[in-house]
Design a protein around this ligand. Sequence first.
Ligand SMILES: [Fe+2]
Length: 212
Amino acid sequence: MAHLSAYLPWCGGLDDRSALVSEAMRLHDAQTLGHCARVSAISLCLGRLLGHAGRTLDTLMKAGLLHDVGKLSIDQKLLNAPRGFTPEERALVRLHPQHGFDLLEIADHEQFQEVSLIVLQHHEQWDGHGYPHAMAGKDQHPLARLLAVADVFDALSSPRAYKPGWHEARIRDHFARQRGCQFDPEMVDLLLDNYAPCVAAREGVPDIPPAW
Ligand SMILES: [Fe+2]
């Protein structure tokens, strides 16, 4: 099979740990890895617009690529089910930030400490109604607040088995209504003021075929 780096040209020289974990995600569910690759590219775009560079961008790139690694603990058929989750399934899915954190902590690598923290917090919300720890406002890591916007932007833009991809006006309306609720208002403004480059970053990511 083609090496994953062929589909992730913006990642540059992906370190061995990140490459190995990404390949494992691809074996489990290429659709989820495709989402993660797009979130990585969108996060990088937003990070550059904020003036980040070097190590911070590298951390963002890896956090985007690995943010849903905890979904390795969830059956692939459930992840892509053409329906909503039952309460029991939803509770299981909501464990994935903690599972991702626990997995990446094993890497015991200084940069992964920050990546794993962003992974843990990517479903926290500005208003404190997120999970797993109901953190509010700036208690959430700043790069996790950025990634949370990139994550939902891709999820809404993408067709799923249970929904079509949303058009721009509907996505803009969603973010405007969740500004200061689900999302950091500054991150929402950054996205909405730079919508076209974020779309270009997302659409620049090639489809990643299943590993088998
Ligand atoms: Fe997630």
